[in-house]
Design a protein around this ligand. Structure first.
Ligand code: BGP
Length: 486
């Protein structure tokens, strides 16, 4: 039988928006919360410096210094004060007609140091209220269990995800979440952009560089531990909340060959392997064949425990979610103009336009990626991040005419619509930063993605009041018409 041609967005398509606790909540010491790896991120006016801070290793000394520094500018500690304003924000999402809201739980709010045996009730209560508020408006919460946030207690004690013990702490954390929120939350994601751990060790891996001689190996060992932790979470979720679905989350880097020279094509394939390695494991349940050579050539020797292979097989995810912002270019000769994207530096594509932050704008790339991922895995796909980070200029009433954002999203939604006609199964679309929030890579407020303007700057000045932008009503109509009115 040939699959029936689907021409529009399916019934029940999950339209919504995406956020993460560490970029949104603020209240970083309130409600018994412990110090998180995100609270370490300092903002610098020099973008390049912010990026370097992210990619360079973090030492124990630097971490301890930041933990006692109350003077420096750490925007993620402030977020946009969702911790106190979540009711107002969720009401605005409901006004836009959101079917779903992606948010993450701050692990250190539930287990302040990461290794306690009893969870912090105040932290649990906070998310109870947030989920109740969503459900009041029939908004389905989509919860990321770990989004660029790690209780640094476990970094100082065990060096983060480098230690196998962290898997047990994570498992306990998941058990608590599934038990407490199982009746309220039916969509879960394990690790946000799990592949980014191969680029930056501390952000989501909580790894401190002291004493590590082979950082690549350490990162891949930590990744292995996250794979195991994710597989355990999938199994737990299936047994504790049988009507829930749980997925993985990849920062998808679609990479084109610079030319049709076979060596450029080969480079692009290599880039793809580096990126799809993660979903190969989490969706197919085993390390792919190309791993052995990559590990050998990079001097990576992993410690597998007995039973790990079986666990990976048993813990395959139900769906594949990913972020897509841009495409990149691969070439045998690293010559020509370069740019940097989200955690990725690379060559510029002469056929594309670039955002103010140097991210290539490429809607067709989304269609290509959707087709590629579906061809490879045949599991439902979920676009849980997409959007344009831009500087907004509000008028005297704080109104922003963000036609550039509307245009970006319109093109990407059209690309999704085409992919649906190509036969790709897409569960939903949650554009990133549906309300302005602090940037992950540069820790600034001025890089805005939202349908809602937040009156706050990079230094914590402003009223933090919320104002719908032009894109607010536009997106509302998109949702109302199930993607027909663009
Ligand atoms: C992804 C992260 C998000 C988010 C987004 C935009 O990598 O999962 O947390 O912030 O990118 O990136 P940025 O905030 O750096 O513009």
């Amino acid at each position: 039988m040939i699959k029936k041609l689907q021409t529009g967005f399916p019934e029940g398509f999950l339209w919504g928006g995406a956020t993460a606790a560490n970029q949104l909540e603020g209240g970083y010491t309130e409600g018994g919360k412990g110090f998180s790896s995100a609270d370490y991120a300092k903002h610098d006016d020099d973008h390049q410096k912010n990026l370097m801070n992210l990619f360079m290793g973090t030492s124990r000394e630097a971490l301890l210094k930041a933990m006692s520094d109350n003077e420096g500018n750490y925007p993620k500690r402030r977020g946009i004060d969702f911790y106190h304003r979540y009711k107002e924000d969720i009401k605005l999402f409901a006004d836009m007609g959101f079917k779903t809201f992606r948010l993450s739980i701050a692990w250190p709010r539930i287990f302040p140091n990461g290794d306690e045996l009893v969870p912090n009730e105040e932290g649990l209560k906070f998310y109870d209220s947030v989920f109740d508020e969503c459900l009041k408006y029939n908004i389905e919460p989509l919860v990321t269990i770990s989004h660029y946030e790690f209780p640094v207690g476990l970094s100082l004690k065990n060096n983060g995800w480098l230690s196998r013990e962290t898997v047990d702490h994570f498992e306990r954390y998941c058990k608590v979440l599934f038990e407490r929120y199982g009746s309220k939350v039916k969509y879960w994601l394990t690790f946000n952009e799990i592949n980014v751990l191969s680029m930056t060790a501390f952000l989501s891996g909580g790894i401190l560089m002291d004493g590590i001689t082979n950082m690549k190996e350490a990162q891949y060992q930590a990744i292995h531990h996250q794979f195991i932790a994710s597989a355990k979470a999938v199994k737990l979720c299936h047994s504790m909340i049988p009507d829930a679905k749980i997925g993985c989350m990849l920062a998808r880097f679609e990479s084109y060959p610079m030319t049709c020279h076979p060596e450029d094509v080969w480079e692009a394939l290599q880039t793809d392997h580096g990126n799809l390695f993660f979903t190969d494991v989490q969706v197919r349940g085993a390390y792919p064949a190309y791993t052995a050579r990559f590990f050998k050539e990079n001097n990576i020797n992993l410690v597998f425990e007995e039973g790990d292979e079986a666990l990976l097989k048993e813990g395959k995810v139900d769906f594949l979610s990913f972020s897509y912002y841009m495409s990149g270019v691969s070439a045998r000769k690293k010559e020509g103009e370069t740019t940097h994207g989200n955690m990725m530096f690379g060559l510029k594509n002469p056929h594309l336009e670039y955002s103010e932050w140097g991210w290539a704008i490429d809607a067709l790339g989304l269609r290509i990626t959707l087709n590629k991922l579906y061809d490879r895995y045949q599991v439902p796909l979920y676009i849980v991040e997409n959007g344009l980070g831009a500087k907004d200029t509000p008028d005297e009433n704080f109104y922003v005419e963000d036609d550039y954002r509307i245009e970006y999203l319109r093109q990407h939604i059209l690309a999704m619509k085409e992919a649906i006609q190509d036969g790709v199964e897409i569960m939903g679309f949650t554009p990133w930063g549906c309300i302005d929030l602090v940037s992950a890579s540069t820790s600034e407020m001025s890089k805005r993605y939202g349908f809602i303007y937040v009156d706050a700057d990079n230094y914590g000045n402003g009223s933090y009041n919320r104002y719908p932008k032009k894109s607010f009503n536009w997106y509302k109509e998109v949702i109302q018409s199930n993607g027909e009115k663009l």
